[in-house]
Design a protein around this ligand. Structure first.
Ligand code: G1P
Length: 290
């Protein structure tokens, strides 16, 4: 199994879909129950063995840095109130010094460009990319990717409704075996009716460092942005591409529907919230169906 020690978290996006919530707050700090999206992503990475974390940030994103740092005022206030449990809770978030990097992506030029911004921190080893918008409950998706396939580029995939293919990178399938597909290529957001399959890339990647050279050379893609999938696609003649059907439950938290659904799902799967959430939902259903 290959060792993947570094992960890139592109967190520079504007979050316009969630305005006004994201006017003064990064969209990655939106909470599902009691944790911001970025924390779920970081916990998944650490649990998968990641040792160095690289955040590609932008203007207005400093709350992310603060979230993973000491908060002396908060800690002393909690200590004064004798609230030890919360002190442990917030101190668990502090990331190891010297292993966390924040790189500013000065202009929003696309996911591919965001990843390219980390090139000097990655060096010559395979690395992970995690999109916090794709929240995956259940099994650790990055861990599944790392252990499922030992060569070439690997991406998390799921089948989507053919009407939804224009929201995703879509694999051009070569061969399929149980939970892994071998791909000939990948197309970013194809028009409905033109996609090579309905196997969509979800925001977890394990990539070879050659991708940086390709990111330098790819043309601007769809939406006028440098697309990560275009660089991965241009590598396929020399570097294999596999998709792994992950086993967790994924929510598109880049959309309002995804945020609402993940909150309900998360609550139903929390011991202390499950019963009250369920009975509230039942009472709403009864009132709505009267
Ligand atoms: C990005 C990627 C796309 C991928 C998707 C998964 O798109 O460009 O290939 O399928 O994430 O969520 P975005 O959602 O940022 O438009």
């Amino acid at each position: 199994m290959k060792k993947v020690k570094k992960a890139i978290f592109p967190v520079g996006g504007m979050g316009t879909r969630f305005l006004p919530a994201t006017k003064a707050m990064p969209k990655e700090m939106l909470p599902v129950i009691d944790k911001p999206l970025i924390q779920y992503a970081v916990e998944e990475a650490l649990d998968a063995g990641i040792e160095e974390l690289i955040f590609i940030t932008g203007r207005g994103k400093t709350a992310i840095e603060d979230h993973f740092d000491y908060s002396v005022e908060l800690e002393s206030m909690l200590a004064a109130r004798g609230n030890a449990r919360f002190i442990d809770e917030i101190n668990k978030l502090i990331l190891p010094v010297g292993r966390v990097y924040y790189v500013r992506q000065q202009k929003p030029l696309g996911l591919g460009h965001a990843v390219w911004c980390a090139r000097n921190l990655i060096g010559d080893e395979p690395f992970a990319v995690i999109l916090a918008d794709d929240l995956i409950f259940g099994q650790n998706c990055l861990k599944e990717l790392i252990s499922a396939c030992d060569n070439g580029n690997v991406v998390a995939v799921m089948r989507v409704d053919p009407e939804q293919v224009d929201k995703y990178g879509i694999l051009d399938i070569d061969a399929c075996s149980s939970n892994i597909v071998k791909a000939k290529g990948v197309v970013e957001k194809p028009k409905v009716g033109t996609a090579p399959s309905n196997v969509a890339v979800i925001g977890r990647y394990v990539l070879y460092p050659e991708v940086f050279r390709h990111l330098e050379n790819v043309n601007t893609g769809i939406n006028g942005e440098i697309q990560l999938t275009d660089a991965i696609n241009s590598m396929t003649p020399t570097t294999s591409l596999h998709g792994v059907f992950f086993s967790g439950t994924r929510f598109d938290c880049g959309t309002k529907e995804g945020m609402v659904q993940s909150t309900i799902y998360g609550a139903l799967n929390r011991k202390e919230l499950a019963d009250s959430t369920l009975s509230y939902m039942e009472s709403v259903m009864k009132t709505e169906t009267k």
